[in-house]
Design a protein around this ligand. Sequence first.
Ligand SMILES: C[S@@+](CC[C@H](N)C(=O)[O-])C[C@H]1O[C@@H](n2cnc3c(N)ncnc32)[C@H](O)[C@@H]1O
Length: 310
Amino acid sequence: MTAAPAFHHLPVLGPRSVDLLDPRDGGLYVDGTVGGGGHTRLILERCDDCRVLAVDRDPEALEAAARNLEAFAPRVRFLSMRFDGVTDDPEVRDRGIEGALLDLGVSSHQIDVDARGFTFREGAPLDMRMTPEGETAADFLNDRSLDELQDVFRRYGEERRARALAREVVRRREERPFATSDDLVAAVMRVLGPRTEHQDKARIFQAVRIAINGELEALERALPALRDALTAGGVLVVIAYHSLEDRIVKHAFREWSRACICPPELPVCACRGVALGTVLTRKPERPSADEVESNPRARSALLRAWRKAA
Ligand SMILES: C[S@@+](CC[C@H](N)C(=O)[O-])C[C@H]1O[C@@H](n2cnc3c(N)ncnc32)[C@H](O)[C@@H]1O
């Protein structure tokens, strides 16, 4: 049997996110993105008698987290699923949760292991799946229509030359199917020019990753479900890594915190008429320069938190 892969992940904005969650004895907390277990460990260290439901859609992450959190075993239950499914768990349905954390995106492990295909390092396979099944990045580029490719490059990659890039992908795949990161890098460079920046390649790779993993749909479904599962005074903390994710979180938290959500033309309020809770972070919080220096992957992190009304 091959040894399980090493899994290093410094929890981004770790102490701050756990301060906001404020775990209490007897509480049940959801870590929807357990990864290597960094945030879960901090939660469990904060109280002797709280428990965590540790969720990840990546079985390699769960394996690593189980190893890293062995000392806390009786207080952690691992769930291999997408985080938007955790509110169907019978325990969550029956008793609710005191807090939930989503530390979105990919883990250091997923990026560091070339075989997972999240990287544009030379020769890496075009995979990018967070789960072992489903459409790979190569399938996506080889099979989707011109319009679908354009839509993903434009919406998720915010790429101005989305149509030209989609056309280039279609032209290239007719000669030879996309198989490695080099194939996508070559298409991007052909359209954006030889001086294409590292960030431009990262943007396009990220767009494909978001599409094949249904990342934004999962977030949109999970937020209201987790909000409803929170007990009174419970806290939801989300760490996003790009503006598309952060926008979804910002709008959700704002809307839940308004007493009236009626259209402005209605003369009398006909909606719920009370705020469901309060935003705890007026602006997204970012890691300090020191944290970014010791963990460069934290640099784009944007943390927002919301508390359900007591
Ligand atoms: C940034 S890492 C989390 C790292 C973790 N907080 C730690 O301290 O080790 C994100 C993790 O979330 C998982 N993930 C991303 N989207 C998910 C989803 N919709 N459902 C479940 N897990 C997801 C990824 O597989 C990855 O392991």
